[in-house]
Design a protein around this ligand. Structure first.
Ligand code: ADP
Length: 300
């Protein structure tokens, strides 16, 4: 399977600021590829270079085998890019914008259907300047998808949307992916990355920290399992800390919290049973992508 987007040793600075230091990525057809990282990490600059909106200082980029700057027409046809809000003329109405954009492409999506699925039909005649932040955001998603692109680049997809609109948008994006569209998702929302992405590139200070599946990232962070219970009687922590599967034992308001490997639950419950201790209100928690993110960035 050959990559649809290939980025090799990308470097971009603005004056004294190195925005992208050395980024290499290979994005496969049909995947939802997340670019995750703190503010200022270089995520937007990276995708803007891929879209041909910025000129890299060094490095190579191929989009379906084309150079975004040299082969601008081919790349523009294949790519749908979500504009940051505020980049449309104030007087343009929602339906006009969608119809206009769809006319730029040889095989556009049904813009009325897109307008409907993004909940914008009641606003069809509203001018851009009169839309709320969330409506502008939804319009920018619709415009990114209206050309029926093979690749969609979505930057801060759901920023400014309320929880219901965010969930609706996730469903829409999953539907778009089901049609075989490759999606590059720039985000700083863990929940969004965990829910949608097949693979995630964790970017910090202009460099790729790691690329993995959401589950792989959690595993890599080495905090795979957390166990919480109320012991039926007090016990010495050493009972648990000697176990090789246990990494940490903490006490929180009458509860014992144990972090460890994937095997920690079995190891801890066996020791407790041997010592006639019952683990009341036992709960097992999977480490979240957020824990992994913090831990992997800290390791940097
Ligand atoms: P992210 O999307 O991860 O928040 P950006 O790519 O937007 O990161 O920015 C990376 C760095 O480059 C930041 O320090 C930012 O302030 C700087 N930067 C981004 N765009 C410009 C610009 N047009 N001019 C000057 N500096 C910029």
């Amino acid at each position: 399977m050959s990559a649809v987007i290939e980025v090799r040793n990308l470097h971009k600075r603005y004056g004294d600021t190195v925005a992208v230091d050395d980024v290499s990525l290979s994005i496969e057809p049909g995947e939802i590829f997340g670019i995750l990282g703190p503010n200022g990490a270089g995520k937007t600059t990276t995708v803007e270079c891929v879209a041909g909106i910025r000129v890299p200082d060094r490095g190579e980029i191929e989009v379906l085998g084309h150079d975004p700057l040299r082969d601008r027409a081919e790349v523009t046809r294949a790519l749908g890019v979500q504009l940051q809000t505020g980049q449309l003329p104030d007087q343009l109405r929602v339906a006009e914008a969608l119809e206009l954009y769809s006319s730029f492409y040889p095989d556009p999506a049904d813009w009325r259907e897109l307008m409907e699925s993004l909940g914008l039909t009641p606003k069809a005649k509203a001018r851009y300047s009169k839309l709320s932040g969330g409506q502008k955001q939804r319009l920018s998603i619709a415009l990114a998808l209206v050309g029926n692109p093979r690749i969609a680049i979505l930057d801060e997809l759901t920023t400014g949307l309320d929880p219901q609109a965010r969930r609706d948008t996730w469903e829409l994006i999953e539907g778009v992916r089901a049609r075989g569209v490759t999606i590059v998702l720039v985000t700083h929302f863990m929940e969004e990355a965990e829910r949608l992405c097949d693979r995630i590139a964790l970017i910090d200070a202009g460099r790729v920290v790691t690329v993995d599946t959401p589950a792989g990232l959690t595993e890599r962070a080495g905090i795979d399992q957390r166990l919480r219970f109320r012991p039926s009687r007090p016990f010495d922590d050493a009972l648990l800390t000697v176990l090789s599967d246990v990494k940490r034992v903490e006490h929180r308001g009458g509860f014992v919290v144990v972090d460890g490997t994937a095997n920690v639950v079995a190891a801890v419950t066996a020791v407790l049973a041997r010592n006639d201790i019952t683990a009341e209100l036992l709960r097992v928690e999977q480490a979240s992508l957020e824990d992994a993110y913090v831990s992997l960035l800290r390791k940097q």
